[in-house]
Write a protein that binds this ligand. Structure first.
Ligand code: PHE
Length: 347
């Protein structure tokens, strides 16, 4: 009768195992060991054939009962473990715990400066204008008094798409487009991306400019200077000074480059006894190109030759570097979240 003995050992053996089983995997391992297709019970059953025809049904019955009781043991232990798990989870749930913060983005410094400067000009009565980044030669150059063989084209390092189609090298073509579409008086501010075949520490093939154009009656260089001084003080603070240095652009005459007193050393040229690295000790930093609109530009636009007005174009990254004290242009384009999230305003 060793089969019956073996059968009777199954249940206590299983009970011992279940008492220390704590996970579903451990339960499953035991199930396979005891009740699985090749488990201990199955093994005993397979040996029933060796019994006499009288003994077989008796032992078979015992085996069935053992099987049922083993299944019950499993069910009980499983229910016990589930209840424990639930209690554990409840104990871990703390309704007073603060929720997780959402990751909120911040605006890119280029966006912040663009918006800030456009807002200043909107307060002055300017309208926002825009033009395509894929531009035609006519608006990028010719209408701006830069004919095909003009040496000024060399300054632009143009990325050409075809002989006549290119990536705009500045936002000035928006001037030409605006004048074709509107009659004076007008005042527009045009932010956007521009492209040049240029890439080193201080140049990227794509950067941002903001173009300003105002045409009307009796507009003078004094108006230009006053407008730019107002903008500079809004962006860099009330004490900011501005100076013009004579320059050349084919589409303005006279032309100037405008400097502001260095925002980092307040125009002193030094900082804590050391030469200011931003203005290189001069106390001034260049921020834009500007001038009175050249009569040739009015002519290309079909404006009366005695029109008066000014235009300017500034580099957004440059303003952002000065305003925020950023010393590496590449930071703007790497999209390193640790850099970007330092710039205040949430979206
Ligand atoms: N378009 C010029 C540049 O990119 C800047 C400029 C704009 C100068 C308008 C004068 C007037 O360098």
């Amino acid at each position: 009768m060793d089969l019956i003995e073996e059968l009777e050992k199954l249940e206590p053996g299983l009970a011992t195992g279940l008492a220390v089983a704590e996970t579903d995997e451990e339960l499953e391992t035991l199930r396979i060991e005891f009740l699985g297709r090749k488990g201990r019970l199955a093994n005993i059953m397979s040996r029933l054939v060796s019994l006499s025809p009288e003994e077989r049904p008796k032992v078979g019955q015992i085996a069935n009962r053992v099987k049922e009781r083993c299944q019950k043991l499993f069910a009980t232990r499983k229910a016990e473990l589930d209840a424990l798990k639930e209690r554990d989870e409840l104990a871990r749930f703390d309704p007073s715990m603060p929720g997780r913060d959402f990751w909120e983005g911040t605006l890119h410094p280029v966006t912040l400066i663009t918006e800030e400067i456009c807002d200043i000009f909107i307060r002055l009565g300017y309208n926002i204008a825009s033009g395509p980044e894929v531009e035609i030669d006519r608006f990028n150059f010719e209408a701006l008094n830069i004919p095909p063989d003009h040496p000024a084209r060399d300054m632009h390092d143009t990325l050409y798409i075809s002989d006549t189609v290119l990536l705009r090298t500045h936002t000035s073509p928006v001037q030409a487009r605006t004048m074709l579409a509107k009659q004076p008086p007008l005042a527009v501010i045009a932010p956007g991306k521009v492209y040049r075949r240029d890439s080193d520490l201080t140049h990227t093939p794509m950067f941002h400019q903001i173009e300003g154009l105002r045409v009307g009656a009796n507009i003078t260089m004094g108006d230009l200077r006053g407008t730019l001084l107002y903008m500079a003080r809004e962006v860099f603070g009330r004490k900011t000074k501005i100076r013009f240095r004579p320059s050349y652009f084919p589409f303005t005459e006279p032309s100037a480059e405008a400097d502001i007193s260095c925002a980092v050393c307040q125009g002193a040229g030094e900082l804590g006894g050391e030469t200011c690295r931003v203005c290189k000790g001069t106390g001034w930093v260049e921020i834009l190109g500007c001038g009175m609109v050249d009569p040739a530009v009015y002519e290309a636009a079909g404006y009366p030759p005695d029109s008066t007005g000014f235009a300017f174009g500034l580099g957004v990254e440059r303003i952002a570097m000065l305003k925020y004290g950023i010393n590496d242009l590449r930071l703007f384009f790497e999209n390193d979240i640790r850099f970007l999230k330092q710039f205040g305003r949430l979206i």
